[in-house]
Design a protein around this ligand. Structure first.
Ligand code: FAD
Length: 458
């Protein structure tokens, strides 16, 4: 029983579908943020659920770790094989198995990315709304319970995944959920696997809820004298129940990165970026109401982007903010925070984070999905200066501590992986041990993405 035996047997099963090539191993051991590389022993590229089930069965026999891999864009070291083993890369499983337009439902394989899916859906008048910015895979998005810029209107993966096909740690294949809009039939196993970060099984297919493309869409950008003004504007907007499709904040440092790296020419002050979906008249009405609220909070220099290409440019810039900030400090790496607080505490949480970062040695632009009370600080550090990483970790810890005191969470969307493990006990208390019990029940050998999410096991 060993990883070597598992590789031997997987080679017989998959042939060229198992890679031992150094560059491939290295890519699957990397982190987008600050975790040191930890390559797997091999990378499997299955083409069907049956192959995934056979891979897991062999790994279970051999006691070999199995780590799901979608697009590798997660930010908390989730895909890193801390004990070696087999990375199962879903990039060859991208089929749309079924599209029920009249029910607004699609059944897709786990490896398709959200951009690929939406491209396929374009002609149908439907789209899949969850948008984490990165072109992540649907299996990875479900596994991290991702959300992003559109969650304020359309919800997160929890709200938009209604069923799953999962290969369990013993190789059994199960189906959860139905295509019905609701069900009261027993435990919500779909909800259990959504957000499980591959620690309970591998998702091979997902049943997704689709949405109709709105008749009218308008995006806008608006400058504010301070982050506090912008956040107060967001809080009022949400409390007035104005139906935003997106409402994002970028602080002065992020705008400076847009200007220096992304070719923007924005006044260097905090901005809100927003989008309204609806009918021509409702969009117009919402935009006017928002304009009034923004003016009350010192908003200025509104720019509207109704043309698709202008909107695309605006959101391209927002989605690439992480890369713009990284490029603005060549050679630096980042630790990205992800706290989420009740909307009434948002202004306080953002101001405290800003003050904390300013008082430290850190450079840490702030941006985020403020409509959900969720914001990120991209805490930059020089990898050659260990003290800077320690300062970033300490600032992140203070941010989480404040968020938990406010009734919030350590992570609104990026998940736990390795990076946020230290906060789980404080956030969940004994409920974290229940997560460990579920893990042990479904994966008694601890082969599915070990060392992530649950309390330490052997
Ligand atoms: C620039 C940038 C911006 C981002 N913005 C956002 C954002 O706004 N909102 C947000 O939520 N996230 C954001 N993220 C994080 C990231 O995009 C999400 O975590 C995303 O859901 C990861 O999907 P992936 O396909 O890359 O998964 P991976 O990184 O490959 O995997 C993520 C986790 O899922 C597991 N996994 C992958 N596939 C499967 C499967 N088929 N079955 C079981 N487990 C599996 C992996 O083992 C791992 O634990 C951002 C990342 C970047 C780089």
């Amino acid at each position: 029983m060993s990883i070597t035996h598992a590789i031997h047997r997987l080679t017989s099963l998959l042939g060229e579908g198992l890679s031992l090539s150094k560059p491939v191993l290295e890519t699957h051991g990397l982190s987008e943020t600050y975790f040191p590389p930890t390559p797997p022993d091999a990378v499997a590229f299955p083409r069907s659920t049956d192959e995934v089930a056979q891979i897991v069965t062999i790994c279970a026999d051999e006691g070999c770790p199995v780590i799901g891999f979608g697009a590798g864009t997660s930010l908390e070291g989730q895909t890193q094989p801390t004990r070696g083993g087999i990375s199962v890369d879903f990039s060859h499983m991208k089929a749309i198995r079924r599209l029920a337009q009249e029910d607004m439902v699609a059944v897709v394989e786990a490896g398709i990315t959200r951009e690929e899916l939406n491209k396929e859906l374009r002609a149908t008048g439907l789209f899949f709304p969850v948008d984490p910015g990165a072109n992540a895979s649907l299996g990875g998005m479900a596994s991290t319970r991702a959300s992003g810029t559109t969650a304020v209107r359309y919800g997160t993966m929890r709200d938009n995944v209604i069923g799953l096909e999962v290969v369990l740690a013993d190789g059994r294949v199960i189906h959860t959920g139905t295509e019905a809009r609701k069900s009261a039939a027993g435990y919500d196993l779909t909800g259990l696997f959504v957000g499980a970060e591959g620690t309970l099984g591998l998702i091979t297919a997902l049943t997704l809820r689709l949405r109709g493309q709105p008749e009218a869409i308008t995006a806008a950008i608006c400058a504010f004298p301070s982050v506090a003004n912008a956040v107060a504007c967001v809080t009022d907007t949400i409390q007035m129940d104005l139906s935003m499709a997106r409402i994002e904040i970028v602080d002065t440092a992020t705008v400076a990165a847009f200007n220096s790296v992304a070719g923007a020419s924005m006044p260097e002050t905090p901005h809100l970026m927003l989008e309204f979906h609806g009918t021509e008249s409702s969009v117009q009405e919402m935009a006017e109401t928002f304009g009034d609220i923004a003016t009350d909070h010192g908003g200025m220099g509104f720019e509207w982007a109704a043309r698709p290409e202008d909107r695309a440019a605006l959101w391209h810039m927002r989605h690439h903010a992480f890369w713009s900030v990284l490029q603005s400090r060549p050679g630096c790496r980042s630790l990205v925070t992800d706290v989420c607080v009740p909307i009434s505490r948002l202004a306080e949480a953002v101001s405290a984070a800003q003050a904390d970062i300013s008082a430290s040695v850190l450079y840490g632009p702030i941006l985020g999905h403020v409509g959900d009370g969720n914001f990120h600080a991209i805490l930059m550090f020089d990898p050659n200066k260990p003290a800077e990483l320690e300062a970033a970790k300490a600032a992140s810890e203070r941010m989480v501590s404040r968020a938990l005191d406010m009734g919030g969470t350590a992570t609104g969307e990026h998940g736990i992986g390795i990076g946020k493990l230290n906060y789980m006990e404080r956030e969940h208390g004994d409920a974290w041990n229940i997560m460990g019990d579920i893990k042990r029940a479904l994966d008694p050998q601890n082969i599915m993405n070990p060392d992530k999410l649950v309390p330490p096991i052997n």
